[in-house]
Design a protein around this ligand. Structure first.
Ligand code: ADP
Ligand code: MG
Length: 256
């Protein structure tokens, strides 16, 4: 399923009675099966874009469309995964993965079967009976991805899912996420402040300005191995793309 932002502006009311524009006039499309990243400075409205896609907030102006239909509220097309894994500590891993299926009324046997399939997909075989506290941070994030995939959303939203992990775990996990997502051919929107991650994982990168976030660049990543960031990492062109992002984000000026 494709996803589209059409001239989306989001204003929030502040506690002091003022108004704050988080993002302004955002238009871009994510095609079916495409992997798009959004990068930009902290506070520029990246998470707000995801929340509107998930139907948690309505745009103040403009529309978010999923498969050409405006998003009017939470819906089953979209799976949302955050930096914090939000696994329930009192449920085993397989029970956590089943959680979303339960609330959708899927029967017990089918629930278990789908959860086990996603568990294997996310390389967690043998850990179904473990509890979240018994798993490493990387494994918990994989469990969170399995839970997101178990409800079989057409669109996956990832909000800085790797940012709390150590550097090595991050690389391994980026690779396994990329593989799993490519295999299932999901339309994916990733929010990240890690520029290398954006280059390694995406088909296209949207660069936002400081708040109010507006689009300052859209960069097509014309490299092979989208399903294998570890391989991409060794390609010399990666640093050229990173340099482009640096320029658009005006990072050199900031360092001066
Ligand atoms: P990012 O994810 O890029 O760091 P956010 O989308 O979280 O940025 O936030 C963008 C701006 O909107 C910030 O200034 C934030 O404080 C503000 N904001 C986000 N959500 C709300 C809300 N529910 N109410 C008021 N202000 C909000
Ligand atoms: Mg955010």
């Amino acid at each position: 399923m494709a996803l589209e932002f059409r001239s989306v502006t989001k204003e929030f009311h502040t506690r002091t009675g003022g108004q704050l524009t988080a993002v302004r006039d955002i238009s871009f499309k994510v095609d079916e099966g495409e992997f798009v990243s959004v990068v930009g400075p902290s506070g520029c409205g990246k998470s707000t874009l995801l929340s509107m896609t998930a139907g948690l907030y309505q745009p103040t102006r403009g529309e978010v469309l999923v498969s050409n239909e405006p998003v009017n509220g939470p819906n089953t097309h979209v799976g949302f995964m955050l930096q914090k894994d939000l696994l329930l500590p009192w449920r085993s891993i397989v029970q956590n993965i089943e959680f979303g299926l339960e609330s959708r009324g899927v029967g017990r046997a089918e629930r278990r079967q789908r959860a086990m399939t996603e568990l294997r997909h996310c390389h967690l075989d043998g850990f179904e009976g473990h509890f979240p506290y018994q798993l490493s941070g990387g494994m918990r994030q994989r469990a969170a991805l399995a839970r997101t995939l178990a409800i079989d959303p057409e669109i996956i939203l990832l909000d800085e899912p790797f940012s709390a992990l150590d550097a090595q775990t991050k690389l391994v996990l980026q690779n396994s996420f990329a593989q799993t997502i490519a295999e299932s051919n999901k339309t994916t929107l990733l929010i990240t402040h890690d520029l290398a991650e954006a280059v390694l994982m995406s088909d296209r990168i949207i660069v936002l300005s400081e708040r109010p976030g507006t689009i300052v660049a859209e960069i097509a990543v014309d490299l092979a191995h989208r399903d294998q960031p570890l391989k991409r990492r060794l390609m010399p062109e990666v640093s050229d793309y990173a340099a482009q992002l640096f320029k658009h984000l005006k990072l050199e000026e900031k360092a001066a």
